[in-house]
Design a protein around this ligand. Structure first.
Ligand code: PGA
Length: 249
């Protein structure tokens, strides 16, 4: 069976001191959780401090982005090798904010996914449709195309180390969530797409999260759906109480 994975995407929030403070509280509040994976993804600048903070705890460290080269003249970028060195295990790639504000394409997401896997890091690949696309009944085709392109050329044995986060763009930071049935439906389409690309085996191994306004009061409803293997949480991951409640759904 797939282990649920709850990841907090802190986005561009928290100074290093604030990040340490929140992490200490989360460590204490979540110390007894054993049956699900917990990941926090702070800004790059807090990773070093949190590596030390999380030593020996059940919370794993994630990053919010990376570049696909190991090193070189790429001003402002951070490589998978550097993240690995900081104790990072998961890296969010292709978040809709990066696709939208920084023009990231599926081709780039695919390169990043391959670079991460090569270094033994696990990508959390975000996909999801805009409101316009949803209203034009394009949800299915948009999401399928993203999955095809983002996973293109990735070998079957790597699939178990990949997480896909289905995040409808219109649900991110808006307080609107897809209904749990609808999230489950799109996630099963994503799983079918993985089956089409690979086989039943890979489709049953890949973990697929839902993301977009997951809060303490809707986490149970969403996370108990049959196809949903966890959540990528933005706003509600910034406070101990709300993130703890979601993890314990
Ligand atoms: P949200 O963000 O929970 O604040 O909607 C989710 C995300 O962007 O990953």
């Amino acid at each position: 069976m797939r282990t649920p994975i709850i990841a907090g995407n802190w986005k561009m929030h928290k100074t290093v001191d604030e990040a340490i403070c929140l992490t200490r509280e989360l460590k204490e509040a979540l110390k007894d959780i054993k049956d699900r994976e917990i990941v926090i993804c702070p800004p790059f600048v807090a990773l070093h401090a949190l590596k030390a903070e999380l030593e020996g705890s059940n919370i794993k460290l994630g990053a919010q982005n990376c570049y696909f080269e190991d090193e070189g003249a790429y001003t402002g970028e951070v490589s998978p090798v550097m993240l690995k060195d900081l104790g990072v295990e998961y890296v969010i790639i292709g978040h809709s904010e990066r696709r939208g504000y920084f023009n990231e394409t599926d081709e780039l997401v695919n390169k990043k996914a391959k670079a991460l896997l090569k270094k033994g890091l696990k990508p959390i690949i975000c996909v999801g449709e805009s409101l316009e696309q949803r209203e034009a009944s394009e949800t299915e085709s948009v999401v399928k195309k993203q999955v095809f392109r983002d996973l293109d050329g990735i070998e079957p044995y790597r699939i178990k180390d990949i997480v896909i986060a289905y995040e409808p763009i219109w649900a991110i930071g808006t307080g609107k969530t897809a209904t749990s049935e609808e999230a489950n439906r799109v996630i099963s389409i994503i799983r079918d797409t993985v089956k089409e690309m690979y086989s039943e085996k890979e489709a049953s191994l890949i973990r697929i999260q839902y993301g977009g306004s997951v809060k303490a009061n809707n986490a149970h409803e969403i996370l108990t759906q049959s196809e949903i293997d966890g959540a990528l949480v933005g706003g509600a991951s910034l406070q101990t109480d709300s993130f703890t409640a979601i993890v314990k759904y």
